[in-house]
Design a protein around this ligand. Structure first.
Ligand code: BES
Ligand code: ZN
Ligand code: ZN
Length: 508
């Protein structure tokens, strides 16, 4: 198990005897403290109420106030952290993730080593204390992630303070499986952070070959079998979609397959993730502005890596095949041209109208390859279209496919874990837009309904009888705003929590 720097624990009972620097108490908007305050002793309660009454802290979400405890109060901690939670009526699971991250941040700022969060029963009628604990822990781990391995020594001279322990004191009779649920959260976030590390790595340091090496390393540590199809093998198998995208780069493409089979005779899930390690657009070159963000164009593949890691750590009884087509999309004398026609592994001829619509070309071969494992369900994840960013922005992943029940399951999983998905239709009429004059289909469908026509293209490489869902994560894969406390700037690691939640609740 990869261990987090930040340790967490949970228990029920008297927290006043536990060694800690800080007790964390929630405050609702308007300055009303959580009921847990009454468990802190009279002196502390009086002081906190005095300060809240004076209006020093209003309880807005994200607002944090660290207070010294009066020396005479005789309690085991020196400080109290009042954590603003916002309006009581509008609290959601997601607000507790943000709260967990803000608490950890405030503790870092105050050089706190150990903090105890006093979880109250009065948070919300529908959110159980155990769920509050889970979400705050998740937010704490998500928010304390940093991608700082490329920063020079000089910046490390001023190391940031790292919180060592965050503990949750639950009100009576609430600890059922608390520890187990915490360690599950930790295993999932380890997968998320692995996906983030991969996606945050710049294109020069993460080529298809390097990604393949990482998949082999996974297989050394975990019960995963990795197979890498080199470009020579891809040529034998007629996987010209992947080869065409990679042919303009000096870094050759490959197809990575990771198998985890601990599910006995249960159904098989195939997860397919687009991994364009850098998408310049190729000959249909992208404009320069924000082109550096195209290092994130392998986020679908990164999600597959993180998911495989998490389920293997959790030793879930599942059968999963992870399939990651990897290529670098570059312009050069050997690059594919607009107008080229390629024969995909399935035998479908594709006219390449725009070399920047490369994701669907590599996914065409990967989805076809997925069928050879006879999966019961196929889920693909891809930063596929700019149109998706226009349609949904960063607040939801687009969901398309051929199977209503599967879409319902993913919707439910997304709502629970905070990685929301939202459906778009795939009416047959949209297929008209990708008809080609010279080949079977073309790789762009015009300006209208770009996310849908991209999914229509993919649908040509999936058998209709197989349950398939396509997740367009172009808008959700990375967040450069830094506005959510649990999402540091850069890769979100999107998809890992969604797939884990789906796998855990559906027990594939
Ligand atoms: N990787 C991009 C999609 C993308 C855009 C991801 C913005 C994340 C943020 C994809 O390969 C692409 O370039 N798609 C084109 C397709 C078009 C040429 C039909 C697009 O969306 O513009
Ligand atoms: Zn592109
Ligand atoms: Zn792309």
């Amino acid at each position: 198990m990869v261990e987090s720097v930040l340790k967490m624990d949970v228990w029920v009972g008297d927290f006043s005897v536990r060694e800690a620097d800080v007790w964390v108490i929630g405050v609702y908007q308007g300055g009303e403290p959580q009921a847990a305050l009454s468990r802190c002793g009279e002196a502390v309660e009086r002081e906190v109420r005095r300060i809240l009454k004076a209006g020093w802290m209003r309880g807005e979400s994200g607002e944090m106030l660290m207070l010294p405890v009066p020396g005479s109060s005789g309690v085991a901690v020196e400080r109290i952290l009042l954590a603003g939670m916002g309006k009581r009526e509008s609290l959601t699971l997601e607000s507790f993730r943000a709260l967990g991250a803000s608490v950890v941040k405030a503790c870092e700022k105050g050089s706190v080593d150990r903090a105890i969060v006093l979880v109250s029963l009065d948070t919300h009628q529908e959110i159980a204390p155990i769920a509050v604990m889970e979400c705050m822990a998740e937010g704490g781990w998500l928010g304390s992630y940093r991608y700082d391995r490329l920063q020079s020594v000089s910046k490390k001279d001023l190391p940031r303070h790292r919180v060592k322990r965050l503990e949750f004191a639950l009100p009576g009779e609430q600890d059922k499986n608390g520890r187990k649920r915490l360690s599950r959260v930790e295993q999932i976030i380890t997968g998320v952070n692995m996906a983030r590390d991969l996606a945050n790595t710049p294109g020069n340091l993460l080529t298809p070959d390097i990604l393949a090496k990482k998949a082999k390393e996974l297989a050394e540590r975990l019960p995963i079998k990795t197979t890498v199809l080199s470009s020579a093998v891809l040529a034998q198998k007629g996987m010209n979609g992947i080869l065409a995208v990679g042919q303009g780069s000096t870094n050759p493409p490959c197809l990575i397959v990771m198998e985890y089979r601990k599910g006995g005779d249960r159904p098989t899930l195939a997860v397919v993730g687009k991994a364009v390690t850098f998408d310049s657009g190729g000959i249909s070159l992208k404009p320069g502005a924000k082109m550096e963000e195209m290092k994130f164009d392998m986020s679908g593949g990164a999600a597959v890596f993180g998911f495989m890691h998490a389920i293997a750590e959790m030793q879930l009884p599942l059968n999963v095949v992870g399939i990651v087509p990897a290529a670098e999309n570059m312009p050069s004398g050997t690059a594919q041209r607009p107008g080229d026609v390629i024969k995909t592994a399935k035998g479908v001829y594709v006219e390449v109208i725009n070399t920047d619509a490369e994701g669907r070309l590599i996914l065409a071969d990967a989805l076809h390859h997925a069928a050879s494992f006879d999966p019961d369900v196929i889920i693909d994840l891809a930063t596929l279209t700019g149109a998706c960013v226009i349609a949904l922005g960063g607040h939801a992943t687009a969901l398309l496919g051929n199977n209503e029940p599967l879409q319902k399951q993913l919707k439910k999983a997304g709502d629970r874990c905070g990685e929301r998905v939202w459906p778009l239709p795939m009416f047959p009429e949209y297929q008209e837009q990708i008809k080609s004059v010279v080949a079977d289909i073309k790789n762009v469908g015009g300006r209208e309904a770009g996310t849908i026509t991209a999914a229509c293209f993919l649908s040509r490489f999936v058998e209709e009888s197989r349950a398939w869902a396509h997740l367009d994560i172009a808008g959700t894969a990375y967040d450069m705003t830094g506005t959510r406390p649990h999402m540091p700037k850069g890769s979100v690691g999107i998809g890992v929590r969604l797939l884990c939640q789906y796998a855990l609740s559906e027990r594939m």
